[in-house]
Design a protein around this ligand. Structure first.
Ligand code: SF4
Length: 378
């Protein structure tokens, strides 16, 4: 099982309590970004393009604890930047463990082996290791040779010392399905607890704009990778989210499910977009025009987004807050997804018309248009 029963129980009871209280919008995972600094410059990253004075800043442990208390989510994901560059990251983690929060510390693992002594294994702490593919693919994605081997060595060291370890992989439109199926075998062979996968979000600021996936490409790619999963694969994600990636289950984004706190405050509306900041969690919830976001809103910045930070909370809510979702999840957990024949998968090659994105001025909240053009792959 990819997630411990105690964690599942905590999340399930939390969701049910919110529903019983009639709370419509509630946070599930706090995205706590204690810094934007990083020791890599990945081509698909939209987080590290800040000026030096911003990159130097760190949230203090007290600021982190206050955000966690204000928000009340049962899980905390610590991305960045690279959290292990934060001089007090171990104090932040200790404080969150003491508050019984389930923490996912997201790291590129360059510093992990060196810093393992600063942490204690706990059911509340998971290292979520960024690995975007096998050696060639990962080193290309992070724009530096040798990082894959460093990450693998760190995973082995952390697993050996009894830490919970998962991986997170962001996929782009040049991913080869067979290569990723073999990659998942390799990850499970390293002894990780589970894997997380997500399509990349088309950050306007990311240096590489060519390889982001459009919605129909995401469906096609994940159908080809995740249909007929191997017995040993375990994902640290809701079965409904994986079905959503394959185009088999409809979900709408719930950006309030993964609210983001960083050196600027509470980021509106989600982890991926920056459309202003609130000074408190309550202000974030009450002052954000939530209807302007999500796939059905028509907001072009959301059109192709199928990222876990927007849709995983929707999947969790669908699982625990509706009989249909609960039953589907139970069936998927017990029997796995429906088998798909090789012929059907072959037909599923990308043959979409791919929209061309017109530039979206981030200063301007007006929606703009997309021009459909024939995909060169079709
Ligand atoms: S669809 Fe994606 S970009 Fe839009 S609000 Fe949701 S998470 Fe953010």
């Amino acid at each position: 099982m990819a997630v411990p029963v105690s964690q599942m129980w905590t999340v399930a009871t939390y969701v049910l309590k919110q529903r019983l209280r009639g709370v419509e919008r509630y946070p599930l995972v706090l995205m706590l970004e204690p810094l934007f600094r990083c020791n890599l410059e990945c081509a698909g990253c939209g987080k590290i393009q800040y000026p030096a004075n911003i990159l130097k800043q760190n949230l203090s442990p007290e600021q982190c604890f206050q955000a966690v208390e204000e928000c009340g989510a049962p899980m905390v994901s610590i991305p960045g930047g690279e959290p292990l560059l934060h001089p007090q990251i171990h104090e932040i983690v200790e404080g969150l463990v003491a508050r019984r929060k389930y923490i996912y510390l997201c790291t590129n693992a360059i510093l992990l082996e060196k810093h393992l002594d600063r942490f204690k294994p706990s059911k509340y702490l998971t290292f979520s290791i960024h690995l975007d593919g096998p050696k060639a693919e990962h080193d290309k994605a992070v724009c530096r040779e040798g990082i894959y081997e460093i990450a693998v060595k760190a995973i082995e060291a952390a697993v050996k010392r009894g830490f919970r370890v998962t991986t997170n992989s962001t996929l782009f439109n040049d991913a080869d399905p067979e290569t990723y199926r073999r990659f998942f075998d390799t990850l499970m062979g390293l002894g990780v607890e589970g894997m997380m996968v997500s399509p990349g979000y088309p950050y306007e600021k990311a240096p590489d704009q060519e390889h982001f996936l459009h919605r129909n490409e995401t469906h096609s790619l994940f159908r080809r990778i995740l249909s007929n999963p191997k017995r040993g694969w375990r994902f640290n994600q809701s079965p409904l989210f994986l079905e959503f990636l394959k185009g088999n289950w409809d979900l709408e984004c719930t950006p309030w499910g993964n609210p983001t706190y960083n050196v600027f405050g509470w980021q509106k509306p989600c982890y991926l977009m920056q459309e202003g900041y609130a000074q408190s969690f309550d202000e974030l919830m009450s002052s954000t025009e939530w209807n302007c976001y999500g796939h059905k809103s028509g907001n072009p910045k959301c059109t192709d987004c199928m990222v876990h930070s927007g849709y995983e909370p929707s999947a969790v809510t669908a699982t625990f807050a509706s009989w249909k979702g609960f039953l589907k999840t139970a069936l998927l957990t017990m029997f796995g997804p429906n088998k798909v024949s090789a012929e059907e998968l072959a037909k599923d090659e990308v043959r979409n018309t791919r929209p061309t994105r017109l530039p979206i001025n981030s200063e301007d909240s007006q929606f703009e248009f997309e021009l459909p053009v024939v995909n060169s792959k079709s």
